[in-house]
Ligand binder design. Structure first.
Ligand code: ZN
Length: 57
């Protein structure tokens, strides 16, 4: 098991063993869904597609 920094909130995100590129992980701190872009080096990118911006009204 390894950890890397959340690109959104900079807390540790746990990467399960056996994870591969394009897998999704969730940040436990900010609940953002993150996609594993590359494993070497470990690089995460937030999935911004889904309603992250709340539409008020
Ligand atoms: Zn986070």
């Amino acid at each position: 098991m390894q950890t890397t920094l959340c690109p959104v909130c900079s807390s540790d995100v746990i990467i399960e063993e056996g994870s591969s590129e394009k897998d999704l992980v969730s940040c436990l701190n900010c609940s953002t869904e993150l996609e594993i872009v590359t494993l070497h080096p470990l690089l995460l990118e937030p999935l911004a597609e889904s309603a992250e911006e709340k539409i008020d009204e």
